[in-house]
Ligand binder design. Sequence first.
Ligand SMILES: Cc1cc2nc3c(=O)[nH]c(=O)nc-3n(C[C@H](O)[C@H](O)[C@H](O)COP(=O)(O)O)c2cc1C
Length: 279
Amino acid sequence: MNISTPPAPPKTEALARRYGQDAIPDVGPWNAHLDLLLSHRSIRGYRPDPVPEGTVETLIAAAQSAASSSNLQLWSAVVVRAPETKAELASIAGGQKHIEQCPLYMVWIADLSRNQRLGDQENVTLEAPPHFETFLVAAVDAALAAQNAVVAAESLGLSTVYIGAMRNDPMRVRELLGLPDQTMAVFGLCVGYPAADVENEVKPRLPQPAVVFSETYGNPEEPALRAAYDRLMTDFSERQGMGAVSWSKRVLERLGPLKSMNGRERLAATIRAMGFPLK
Ligand SMILES: Cc1cc2nc3c(=O)[nH]c(=O)nc-3n(C[C@H](O)[C@H](O)[C@H](O)COP(=O)(O)O)c2cc1C
């Protein structure tokens, strides 16, 4: 009889993938939903196969089931399938080929325009929309909705990747999609089936004590926690063929030089020009 060590329960495997063997948190109850959430990975290569009929409606039903601030529902989505539009959007995003490859590309919009039309129709002056707070509510609503769509897609065996690079040139996105005033494309989302050759290892995250605190903010162990995560991510990066580069180095490269913002450093002015005064 083979008396080898029994396999680790699924929750330990999922947590080890997410945090590495040395930082597995002592989690409580577990279920298949959590397995799904912890298996998330962004996918950047797609087969051309179409998604099943009704997928958009399913994803939107999931998205609309997310919480929404005061139930204002300040978001919309534009579903893009046309190859020429996807090619333009890919070029705005710095040539991200997965936008062209994926059968379904969804652009998520912070949308105050629908409720503005309601105010106009009812002859009620809306004093809240020009304020930064209301723009933020719309952007948060859009993100929560999209994330529900991501989880729904993954539960159906589909893969996704967010595309924040829509914000490289949101005015051009607006022209391409015919977006009205008081709307802004906050990000895109590729949806489809992963290409066979695409790398899909779960990307580890910071250990929990680096991001969650008890009663008041902070952990004096932060430098050591970051160093441990850097070791994990350097190995991950090497396995992915992206060089032995630490997480800290990538953060400093991304947040250090202004040029890494790809034009987005002018975003506040652009958003104002789109009909959000951001008072
Ligand atoms: C709002 C947002 C925008 C993103 N934009 C891009 C993007 O333009 N291109 C890209 O390849 N990945 C993009 N990503 C994916 C992140 O790089 C990815 O989520 C992160 O590296 C963690 O990897 P994981 O999703 O596989 O866990 C974006 C993610 C978010 C949440």
